[in-house]
Design a protein around this ligand. Structure first.
Ligand code: HEC
Length: 124
């Protein structure tokens, strides 16, 4: 648990470095309001590499050795029954187990969800 908390702290610091301006959800990103952008799974993958690989396997055959077996891999999450990008977004907005609440912009949330759901193989 102590180790996980240490990872959390460094992950949190990385968030600020990697994506700059956190968006607390109260002040919408004005460029996004004017011109909504499509979710970009490639960008979601980049964000995942920066923020999520401390705990999650984010794709088949990646950092499997480095992470805790108790944390579901992104492919496993994507292939849960009835999984959807909406469900992933909602889940990411709520408290995330041992992870501090990462401040993601709405676009980052959509991109991450689009990336994870792109790993889905099963149809249901
Ligand atoms: C500090 C470790 C840690 C980090 C970093 C982390 N996660 Fe998680 N995540 C977990 C754990 C532990 C679970 C399982 C929690 C549970 O099932 O209650 C989980 C579960 C999830 C789930 C499962 C939702 C479901 O339907 O079961 C999603 C989606 C998820 N994480 C996305 C992410 C994303 C995206 C990132 C990067 C922005 C991330 N996580 C970073 C620890 C982490």
């Amino acid at each position: 648990m102590v180790a996980i908390l240490a990872i959390c702290t460094s992950t949190f610091a990385m968030t600020t470095l990697a994506i700059g301006q956190p968006n607390d959800g109260k002040s919408p990103d004005s460029s996004e309001t004017i011109k909504p952008t499509k979710p970009d799974p490639e960008n979601g993958r980049t964000i995942s590499r920066a923020l999520c690989t401390n705990c999650h396997v984010i794709e088949e055959g990646s950092n499997a050795a480095a992470v805790n077996a108790d944390v579901p891999s992104f492919p496993a999450i994507a292939n849960k029954p009835n999984q959807s990008a909406e469900h992933i977004s909602t889940w990411l907005l709520s408290a995330h187990g041992p992870m501090p609440n990462v401040h993601l912009t709405r676009k980052e949330l959509r991109d991450l969800s689009a990336y994870i759901i792109s790993l889905r193989k099963t149809k249901s």
